[in-house]
Design a protein around this ligand. Structure first.
Ligand code: F3S
Length: 420
């Protein structure tokens, strides 16, 4: 088969040839390489970029060097661009026990990105911090749960970009038009018939874990027999109300972790499923009768828990409020981190929610995520969480034994120090 060359506009051709500087020309080369690999016929303008590869724990000195080279070449973004979580809370790192040497390198990473014009949002939920993409808007986002949420819940269009390709898109405002940017590639080929009820946030995660494992990088179309959101409505281009927004972010995050699901539809609920038939005629059917296999696969036999983690993906304001309500009048014995964006933390602080959690002994931690922070250096060995994504990654990425359960179970554990 003869591959057609990528059709560039005069402006794109000029950028490739260096009209916008050396860094933009290098960025165009990265995007063109992806376009050729995936058979894209043209590039599309993107409204924003969300860039992974921020934690110094993952980047190391080689990654920092790579960023400094881009900065030396004059890298500057030309569209709104945001960062994924860093390896620490950028202001309260000392109170978390982060070593000074790590903090120094982490701050350098964020400073290099900021000098390029990127907003140091350091969050995997930019849509909860004012960056809500429009329906059908093209994006270049890289964090898997954010990609899933943008595609599925908001009906925007993004492939899962790597850190360098999202950075390249931020610099030239384009991405290659392939995959989820195209109508035909957004049809679901797996119908998921959910027969059991979904009664807690962790149930969304357990369901996502089971489905992600089975469909891998496919697109599932959920049909819920007992839909917990019956009667809930919201406009296209808007965020759904709670607790749905938290449930859907946990569902998508889990499927992106146990599989590589970047888009899902929910019958009668998500925007594209509301507007048209998104289920392929030859879709395979999978039935889910109960979630117990998901819960048992994500639990290890550990009873003494060092750390309770809530906020994967980063907690919404309501999730922080629910934690505060569960802790009211109690003192915790395990450590508790509620991870969130700096923006949401500030909002929670202004409403007295941070004070309430701190009074019980917990911490509301901004800018970071346990999976990309040096938690082993902090002496933690076991973790309890209500996030299936966190439960899936913590054993392999940071070597912690994990308990996975509802928010109520996690907070109960934090107060007693024992997983019941
Ligand atoms: Fe976000 Fe980290 Fe979870 S990036 S989705 S808090 S693993």
């Amino acid at each position: 088969m003869i591959k057609k060359e990528v059709d560039l506009t005069p402006e794109e051709r000029a950028m490739l040839q260096g009209s916008s500087g050396e860094a933009a020309s290098k960025a165009m080369e990265i995007i063109m390489a992806l376009a050729r690999v995936y058979g894209a016929r043209k590039l599309v303008p993107v409204a924003s970029a969300q860039i992974a590869g921020v934690s110094y724990m993952n980047l190391g000195d080689a990654g920092l060097e790579f960023l400094l080279e881009w900065a030396d070449a004059g890298a500057q973004v030309c569209i709104p661009a945001m960062l994924n979580p860093a390896g620490m809370d950028l202001t309260a790192w000392q109170s978390l026990g982060i070593p000074r040497s790590f903090a120094h390198k982490q701050r350098m990473v964020v400073e290099v990105y900021t000098a390029m014009g990127i907003q140091p949002t350091c969050s995997c939920t930019p849509y909860l911090a004012g960056h809500v993409p429009e329906f059908r808007q093209h994006l270049a986002w890289s964090e898997s749960s954010a990609v899933s949420f943008a595609n599925s819940v908001l009906g925007a269009r993004t492939n899962r970009e790597g850190g360098p390709s999202a950075l390249a898109s931020a610099m030239v405002g384009r991405t290659a038009e392939y995959g989820l940017h195209l109508d035909d590639c957004r049809l679901a080929h797996h119908k998921i018939d959910v027969r059991c009820s979904i009664s807690s946030l962790s149930d969304y995660g357990a369901l996502g874990y089971l489905v992600g494992q089975r469909v891998s990088n496919g697109i599932p179309y959920f049909c819920f027999r007992d839909a917990p959101w019956t009667g809930t409505t919201w406009g296209v281009g808007e965020l759904p109300p709670e607790p749905l927004i938290s449930g859907l972010k946990l569902l998508g995050a889990a499927m992106a972790a146990s599989g590589a699901v970047a888009l899902y539809h929910v019958d009668g609920l998500t925007p594209e499923a509301r507007m048209g038939d998104m289920l392929a005629s030859d879709a395979k059917i999978m039935r889910i009768d109960d979630l117990s296999k998901g819960y048992s696969a994500l639990n290890s036999p550990v009873n003494n828990i060092d750390l309770v983690s809530i906020g994967c993906p980063h907690a919404s304001l309501d999730e922080i409020r629910w934690v505060g309500e569960l802790l009211d009048g109690k003192q915790i014995t395990s450590d508790l981190w509620v991870t969130t964006s700096r923006n949401t933390r500030e909002e929670a602080e202004s409403q007295g929610l941070v004070e309430c959690i701190e009074a019980a002994g917990g911490q509301v931690v901004a800018d970071t995520c346990l999976v990309v922070s040096p938690v082993k250096m902090l002496g933690y060995h076991s973790l309890a969480t209500n996030s299936a994504k966190m439960a899936f990654y913590a054993p392999s990425h940071v070597g912690l034994q994990v308990r996975f359960g509802s928010l109520e179970q996690c907070i109960q554990e934090a107060t007693t120090g024992k997983w019941e």
